[in-house]
Design a protein around this ligand. Structure first.
Ligand SMILES: NC(=O)c1ccc[n+]([C@@H]2O[C@H](COP(=O)([O-])OP(=O)(O)OC[C@H]3O[C@@H](n4cnc5c(N)ncnc54)[C@H](O)[C@@H]3O)[C@@H](O)[C@H]2O)c1
Length: 446
């Protein structure tokens, strides 16, 4: 059988011979214009989160947009109003090829299945990348993104912006100061479930593609399927395995971020998912995914258990040692330490229990950072960010390892990170990557 990587390679060579992949700007280069340096940025996906990203990045005085790319001609309006005169493209490959060295950096805010095809091509051309979460659609892609960013010495940032918020930064500091002692166990949960938005488990009948949408480009790397209205584009693609990453992929890179940041965990050694079943089309309903990680200096024991729940499932209330009648926030994390517990609401200040033990505790003075400007500043200064692909790669690999477990519920999977393979689980190994449609492949980093 032809591997996913070979399908992509043929494409890559074809495009390279046309000069697309051969154009390279100097990594780290920023235009030395006076009085401030100028960073020329192109955006792929300019509405939805793409609008949020480009408006925040564009508020930095050094940023000049040179290309807006979107497969939907009706989705440029906000970007055009705020930043008039920027050239439009429907196909990111054309934009990268046409603008070539005029681009220093690229924002990737497409649905998940297109993050890696876009970002990898841009990184091969030496472009710095801001890429939405989850970093990629598969475990293998996350690994390649990390390796290529490192090889090209690029400044990258994943779009898990809460990483820079005061709340999550405070939690990381409190844990690392040892306020609740070494951490013994973690539970994270989110209100939404894997198939949340279309309430479907099967493909709908084909519908006519609206004139404003380029459906072939929207599908990109994914296998062809007919267009249907209000099911995939925009936003609802999240429910579908071919395009999105379920609740764990959607929220894991937010909720698990302060856990990763505080504990210094990286790749898990084991994972198992439990849910009531799904098919090959959509992500499951409410599920519990239990990860095991090797211990670190912030954890107690050789291993630490991290339990993810979605779709309204919560950990047992008594684990938190909260006062009677106190409920968990709708989404958040519970870190159980040797000296007490931390309940960290999703975008809320950490709460420590039992309350009387921490009544006199002075919270550290922590400032919020601007996640988008930090990326721009780091490029200009030739530095790295705090949620670059070196950090975001393993975090995204973890959520996508959880998604492999979700597709094989009840199977206890052991992960051998050095071999980049599961232990004796060839069925799970096959889900580490995917086959790309010709024209949208992702090349391995060699
Ligand atoms: N960080 C956050 O808090 C946050 C919040 C929402 C979404 N996201 C992430 O942002 C990404 C986009 O999500 P969304 O909710 O904005 O989706 P969306 O479908 O609402 O918007 C995606 C935009 O990209 C365009 N697009 C789709 N495919 C494209 C392609 N191949 N080339 C160019 N443009 C393309 C769409 O037309 C649309 O304008 C996802 O990865 C999602 O996980 C992050």
């Amino acid at each position: 059988m032809r591997s996913a990587h070979h399908v992509g390679r043929r494409d890559f060579l074809k495009r390279a011979s046309l000069g697309v992949a051969a154009v390279a700007s100097v990594p780290g280069m920023v235009r030395a214009t006076s009085p401030v340096p100028q960073l020329q940025v192109a955006c792929v996906g300019v509405d939805g989160m793409g609008w949020s990203d480009l408006s925040r990045v564009g508020s930095h005085p050094a940023v000049k947009f040179v290309g807006f790319c979107d497969i939907d001609s009706q989705r440029f309006a906000k970007a055009d109003d705020a930043f008039p005169g920027v050239r439009h493209f429907a196909d990111y490959r054309e934009m990268l090829s046409d603008l070539g060295q005029r681009i220093d950096a690229v924002i990737v805010s497409t649905p998940d299945h297109m993050h890696a095809p876009v970002a990898m091509e841009a990184m091969r051309m030496g472009k710095h990348i801001y890429c939405q979460k989850p970093l990629t659609h598969t475990v293998w892609e996350s690994r390649q993104m990390r390796l290529l960013a490192q090889q090209q010495d690029l400044t990258t940032q994943m779009g898990n912006q809460i990483h820079s918020a005061k709340e999550y930064r405070s939690a990381v500091q409190l844990i690392q100061k040892g306020v609740i002692g070494k951490v013994q166990e973690v539970h994270s949960w989110v209100r939404v479930q894997g198939r949340q938005y279309c309430q479907r488990t099967d493909r709908p009948p084909a519908a006519e593609v609206p004139a404003n949408v380029n459906w072939d480009l929207w599908l990109g790397a994914a296998p062809k399927r007919p267009f249907a209205a209000d099911v995939y584009h925009p936003f609802k693609w999240r429910d579908w395995q071919d395009f999105g990453s379920g609740a764990l992929g959607d929220f894991g890179c937010h909720l698990l971020d302060p856990v990763f940041g505080a504990l210094g965990i990286r790749q898990p050694s084991g994972v198992i998912a439990e849910h009531a079943g799904t098919n090959d089309e959509v992500w499951p309903g409410p599920q519990t995914v239990t990860f095991t990680f090797p211990g670190t200096k912030y954890t107690a024991g050789d291993e630490i258990k991290l339990v993810w729940r979605d779709g309204g499932l919560r950990p047992p209330l008594d684990l938190a040692q909260m006062p009677a009648g106190t409920e968990f926030p709708p989404s958040g994390s519970l870190l159980i330490g040797q000296l007490g517990t931390m309940v960290l609401p999703h975008v809320g200040m950490p709460r420590l229990y039992p309350g009387e033990r921490f009544a006199a505790l002075q919270y550290p003075e922590v400032e919020a950072r601007n996640h988008w400007h930090d990326w721009v500043d780091a490029i200009i200064q030739g530095k790295k960010t705090t949620a670059g692909f070196e950090y975001a790669g393993p975090l995204s690999e973890t959520v996508q390892l959880g998604n492999i477990a979700a597709r094989l519920p009840g199977k206890k999977l052991q992960w051998d990170d050095e071999r980049f393979a599961f232990v004796n689980q060839t069925q799970a190994d096959k889900l580490l990557s995917k086959v790309y449609r010709d024209g949208f492949g992702v090349e391995p980093v060699v």
